[in-house]
Design a protein around this ligand. Structure first.
Ligand code: ADP
Ligand code: UVW
Ligand code: MG
Length: 403
């Protein structure tokens, strides 16, 4: 008799990347991790680390036309380690799906009806849901017999009170078109807020946390006793913080102005605000490492882009302090939050009045572990808490298929 399968493959398909992990849930062990970047460009790059075999990291460079090609390359890498998708030990494939609308608040077994709904939501997650759908279809084609589970970025935010989720626009129009704030990066906000509570030695129900998920996409959330009460992204992942290529908050009248005065179409404005704004629109670079390097060389555009990014972060820290009433912790996470000490220092500078501060020595420590960076005895614990969307998705996926 063969043992029950205990492995889960997680696919986190972004607009131009795929992050993936193969985990053994029974042994709480990662077997392989990897990333495909710059999908659709000439310079696509796959980095695969076969943890199970202890083999060296493998890097492949060269054009990958789309997510289908990227996933087939990932499948080939796994197969080369004897961890192929044909393995009878694979229990399920878990997919990050960015927009779940109002229907999906829990991890969901994917069938054609679910896929249709994810497809219907493409206009409100234009950079993400199409990539998620391709990931699902490719995985289904490779293993049609296996359960495919969707874990939604929106799910954690469904606890927001209506006064936080409803826009102040005509109710009938908003309801007819399901226009409201949904919020994204929820898997990360859930994981990081819980992990932060654990770092403080508390139960999540006892603490109020502001989570700053600062990756290429970026969002803030206010989490009270383990439940999300507000978040910075809205109907789509465009609202809120300044991001790598997205504007975040702007006066909505900017869009009519661009249409009426600059003659731009809705699609052109969409592309401007989603792909040519944020840090890249302000200074030509969306990578915080490059921006810091340019600032060190005296580059004024990079310095202004940095200041605008930080100013927006401070506004949300102030707003969510007011929303929560009492803040126990601020947690920095994702690519920028975990790695960019200057961003953390600048965001916290001058916030002593809110009880928030960063200790320079603690902030300079580089580590993959959750850690405190606030001074000893500070009123608000400031922490760096690496996110693990893939682990969270794997756990939710495995729980569903073994229930
Ligand atoms: N050492 C670092 N210093 C500053 N920023 C970094 C560093 N490493 C990564 N980043 C930033 O992290 C971003 C990617 O974060 P990530 O959470 O992987 O984003 P996403 O999931 O949206 O692709 C990069 O665009 C880069 O700006
Ligand atoms: C929702 C979102 O913005 O995701 P990402 O940061 O992966 O682009
Ligand atoms: Mg991300």
């Amino acid at each position: 008799m063969t043992a029950n399968p205990t492995r889960v493959l997680v696919l986190n398909s972004g607009s131009s990347s795929v992050k993936y992990q193969l985990l053994d849930m029974a042994e709480s062990r990662r077997l392989a991790v990897g990333l495909v970047e710059r999908i659709g460009e000439e310079t696509s790059r796959l980095v695969h680390t076969p943890l199970a075999t202890g083999g060296a990291r493998r890097v492949h460079e060269g054009p990958m036309a789309d997510h289908d090609a990227a996933l087939k390359a990932v499948a080939a890498e796994l197969a080369a380690d004897g961890l192929g998708l044909d393995s009878p030990q694979l229990a399920a494939i878990g997919h990050r799906v960015v927009h779940g609308g109002l229907k999906f608040t829990e991890p969901t077994v994917i069938d054609e009806v679910v896929l249709k709904e994810i497809e219907r939501l493409v206009p409100v997650a234009p950079l993400h849901n199409p990539a998620n759908i391709t990931g699902i279809r490719t995985a289904q084609a490779l293993r049609p017999d296996l359960p495919q589970i969707a874990v939604f970025d929106t799910a954690f935010h469904t606890t927001m009170p209506e006064y936080a989720s409803r826009y102040a626009i005509d109710v009938a129009t908003a309801d007819a078109h399901r226009i409201r704030r949904y919020g994204f990066h929820g898997t990360s906000h859930a994981y990081v807020s819980r992990r932060t509570a654990r770092l403080l030695g508390k139960d999540p129900s006892e603490v109020n946390v502001i989570v700053l998920h600062l990756g290429n996409g970026a969002s803030a959330s206010a989490v009270a006793g383990g439940r999300c009460v507000d978040t910075s992204m809205g109907l789509t992942p465009l609202e809120g913080l300044v991001m790598g290529t997205r504007s975040g908050d702007i006066d909505p009248a900017v869009t009519f102005h661009l249409k009426r005065v600059a003659g731009m179409s809705a699609d052109e404005i969409d592309e401007l605000l989603n792909k040519r704004s944020g840090l890249v629109g302000l200074c030509g670079d969306n990578d915080m490492r490059e921006i810091r390097r340019r600032i060190d060389e005296g580059d004024k555009a990079a310095a202004l882009a940095f200041d605008i990014y930080i100013h927006r972060l401070k506004k949300y820290l102030g707003a969510y302090t007011a929303v929560l009433g009492r803040v126990d912790a601020v947690a920095f996470t994702a690519g920028v939050g975990e790695n960019a000490a200057p961003v953390r220092a600048a965001a916290m500078a001058g916030l002593e009045g809110l009880g928030m501060a960063v200790d320079a020595d603690r902030n300079a420590v580089r580590s993959d572990e959750p850690r405190l960076i606030s001074p000893e005895g500070a009123r608000v614990a400031v922490a760096v808490v690496p996110t693990d969307e893939e682990l969270e998705i794997a756990q939710q996926t495995y729980a569903l298929v073994t229930a």
